[in-house]
Structure formats: C-alpha cells, structure tokens
Write a protein that binds this ligand. Structure first.
Ligand code: GLN
Length: 478
C-alpha cells in the first residue's frame, strides 16, 4: 500500500476511492502489531475501527462523508470515549469505563474520523518521559532506548511510527509539544479555552489544554478546525468563532511576521545542535523578509516554581475524587472508611502522583497558602501581562521546545527535580495560557529529532500554523 506523509495528502485518494478506509485501518493495525515494543497503545479497537471504516467507505461512495473521513486517530488515555476503558495510565482507575465521550471525541466521530485505540502516557499526565505510567514506558521510534517524551509519549510515538494519522493529547505543561519534539512530529497546544475540556481527565484545570499531534501543519489545521469552539458542556470554552485554519495555511507564504527570538537562554543549558538550529531558523526567516528581533522571556526564574506550585495545588484537589468509592480501584484490605480511602489511594497511585498530591496539599495548607499558592497566582498574572506586552511588538516568539533531544530511558529515575527543570521552555505557554506549536526541525548527530517552538498571542493559532509551515523542510541538520 502506498504510504503518505500525512492524512491531508491521502485524503484525495480516500475520497476518489483509490484507497479505502478499510485498507487504511488494516494498514495501521498491522503497524500497531509490528511495533508493540514501542508500547504506544493500551487498548486497540480493531474490530470496531474496521466496522467504522466500512461504514465510512459506504458514505464516501454516496458523497456524504464528513470532513475527516478516514482519519485514523489515537486518544491519550485521559480522553473519554463512551463505553471504552479510561485510566489516565493509573492503577487507581483499574476497570473503569467511560459513560460518555469527550466533546472532542464526539466532534471527530461526527466528521467520520476513526478512533483506533487508547494511548499510553504518564499517570494523570504527570511526567516528561512516559516512565510514570502504570503500564510501563513507551519508547521512541527513532531509538527505542530513548523516551518518546511525556506525558503524551504513546500518542507522539504512535504518530511518528505511522500507527495512526493523528493523536489527541493534553498539554498542561508541554505534554503535547515536548513529546512531539522528541519524536519528530508537530505538536499544537491551542490557547487555553479554545477547545472544550469536557471529557478530559483533569490534572490542573486552569492549565489543561487538549492538543493535536500530527505529521503536518495541514493535519493540525484540519483537526483543530473540527474540535475547537464553544461547548455547552464546558463553560470555560471560548465562544470566539473558529477561523478557517486550512484556508489561512494555503496563503501562508504571503504573510510577513514580526518574530522575537528568545535571547535569555544560557547557552550552556542548550544542546549545541538545538542552539544552532534556532540561529539557522531565525536567519532563514530574516532572509525571507520577516522582521526578526531578540527578546527576553519575562520573569524567567519564576516560571518553574509558579507552574509547580499551582499545578500541584490544582492536582491535589482534582485527584481527591479517587477515593475507592466512586471509580476504579478499591482496596480489599480496608477495615473502615478512613482505611478504605488510605489503602485505595496508597495502592492505586504511583510515586510521582503521590509526590504531587503531597506538594499540592502543602502549598494549600492554611499555614502556607499565602506564602505559596496566593503568591504564585500573583506571579502567574504578572508573567501573563508581560507576555501580552511582548505580543504588542511581535507576532511570534521562536524558542526551542526542550533543552535537549530525547533522553535515554532512566535519565531521571532518581531525580524528579531535574525532570521538572527540563520543562522550562514548554510551561511558559501554559502559565500564560497562550498557544504554541512544536515543529520538527531535523535531527541531532545521534539521529534524534530536534524540535523548535513558536508561541503566539491568544487565539492566533492561524499565525502559529503559518509560522510552522515557513520552517518546513529547511532544517539545519538532517
Ligand atoms: N512535564 C509536565 C509535568 O509533569 C507535563 C505536564 C503535562 O503537560 N501534562 O507537569
């Protein structure tokens, strides 16, 4: 079967009948089977996706197929799909099946996308390497001794290895963009509130954003167009109209942007090939007529502590619902209500999740609330205000997605704080609520993908996609 670089380039053949959706799904199922060692999927819906493909082939013949007909999608194990298992890669949700579908899932299905399975990730999205999963780590298709990144590691590895066209992940602090960068694909984190969170398992609700992992900007545009927009089930979802992202992308070559390149990154903290890639990309953009200037990220030293104080606080509250009474795992060794809670949570949660619940409870406790939580809220507001000021002078900010390419598995086994520090470039967008995209930009000398990142002002995903397309195919190292 012919292989296509992405769904957008395959679509014509699907619609004119040269390739059927059934063939397409079979092809992906075979690849999933061949790549089991990557541990991307926690469940594969073989029969169901083949049946869906058959029905969509029939619709294509009738000319009534939806906008995403035959798009094969994987879902990070934090997105609800009615009557299917949902666990956030945690033992605490053992045996849990969702009773409804997330809004994004409903919207994909309504446009005839096919959900092929549920993908591995860090437990409740907490981690940067996918090693905090109760199901073992996913592996990087470019080198299986390396992490695919996290927390949406299985989702990124699956797209990079061609196991599905697109994955939906969640990005609370880089979990779509960093794995996309490590696996050599695109990872789009839209503006907070651009996409309804209904049916997304909450980690830190004021940061959580659903995002798209794909092999092209076209695919990101098509999917975002379908899943974005107002939703009666999520009052925080924005009611701003959804632009025609694919249409905007077609005219991207006419656009000239003001681009700020982040200067205040100590060069010793960046892998040399990534530093050179940034320089190369900014020179390319400048010589193509864009206005490139140097900028400093505001309040840089406060971004990480602000993120980790606020997200652990929100997580400790969100995860209090897993008590052994309503969902999933229930301890069999309990003697009374209190030991039911204690034993269930002790047995069900992994180490990193427990660490964050403890941290979150600490920063919310009455003795420390003002010193940590309340302060961090104020700093968050200051960071966002400073970012908005920058966007009055530039359209896009260019910086690396992560300080290095994919780590070897086990790099942070005994050092969670080192792992937190590695998130510095990706959490900026979440703390500010602005959108960002990770763009594949060649490979380092070990053959591991390099990712560059654009950030833009609120709701300027159109600029992000255009900016990303300007960098396609011009990487410094390949
Ligand atoms: N590394 C970040 C964290 O552990 C990623 C979180 C996310 O985006 N889900 O918090």
């Amino acid at each position: 079967m012919a292989t296509h670089p992405d769904y957008s380039s395959l679509r014509k053949e699907l619609l004119n009948g040269a390739i059927s959706c059934v063939e397409q799904v079979k092809h992906h199922l075979e690849l999933i089977e061949k790549n089991k060692h990557l541990n991307c999927f926690l469940s594969v819906y073989s029969e169901e996706s083949l049946n869906a493909a058959k029905a969509i082939d029939a619709k294509i013949k009738l000319g009534s197929a939806g906008k995403l007909a035959g798009l094969v999608v994987g879902l990070k194990d934090v997105l609800a799909f009615k009557n299917h298992p949902l666990q956030a890669a945690s033992n605490i949700l053992n045996g849990f099946h969702s009773q409804y579908s997330a809004t994004v899932v409903e919207r994909l299905l309504a446009e005839d996308a096919i959900i092929i399975g549920r993908q591995n990730c860090d437990e409740f999205g907490m981690g940067s390497t996918n090693e905090n999963s109760a199901f073992g780590e996913s592996r990087n298709p470019h080198n299986p001794q390396h992490t695919p990144g996290g927390s949406s590691g299985g989702s990124a590895a699956a797209v990079a290895a061609g196991l599905c066209h697109v994955s939906l992940g969640s990005d609370t602090g880089g979990s779509v963009r960093q794995p996309a960068s490590f696996c050599g694909i695109y990872g789009l984190k839209p503006t907070y509130s651009r996409i309804s969170r209904h049916g997304l398992i909450a980690y830190a609700s004021s940061f959580d954003t659903i995002g798209v992992l794909a092999n092209s900007t076209d695919d990101c545009a098509k999917v975002l167009q379908v899943i974005a927009g107002k939703d009666d089930f999520d009052s925080t979802a924005s009611s701003l109209p959804v632009p025609d992202y694919s249409g905007v992308l077609k005219n991207s070559s006419n656009k000239k942007f003001r681009i700020g390149v982040v200067a205040n990154i100590p060069s010793e903290s960046l892998q040399p090939e990534i530093r050179e890639s940034i320089t190369f990309a900014s020179e390319h953009l400048e010589s193509s007529g864009h206005k490139v200037t140097q900028i400093d990220l505001p309040l840089n030293e406060f971004i990480l502590p602000t993120y980790y104080v606020l997200t652990t606080a929100e997580a400790s509250s969100n995860l209090s619902r897993y008590d052994g009474v309503r969902y999933g795992h229930r301890s069999t060794s309990a003697e009374d209500l209190e030991s039911l809670y204690r034993n269930t949570r002790t047995e069900g949660f992994g180490e990193e999740v427990k660490r964050r619940i403890l941290l979150g409870n600490f920063v919310l406790s009455s003795d420390h609330f003002d010193a940590y939580y309340a302060q961090a809220q104020k700093v968050r507001r200051m960071i966002r205000n400073e970012m908005l000021k920058i966007f009055s002078t530039v359209d896009l900010i260019l910086m690396p997605t992560a300080p290095t390419t994919a780590y070897a598995l086990g790099t942070f086994s005994n050092n969670p704080v080192e792992m937190y520090l590695s998130d510095l470039f990706s959490i900026q967008a979440n703390v500010s609520g602005i959108p960002a995209i990770s763009i594949p930009f060649g490979k380092d000398k070990n053959g591991l993908p390099i990712g560059l990142q654009f950030m833009s002002a609120d709701f300027r995903e159109d600029d992000l996609l255009c900016g990303a397309s300007l960098l396609a195919g011009i990487e410094r190292f390949s």
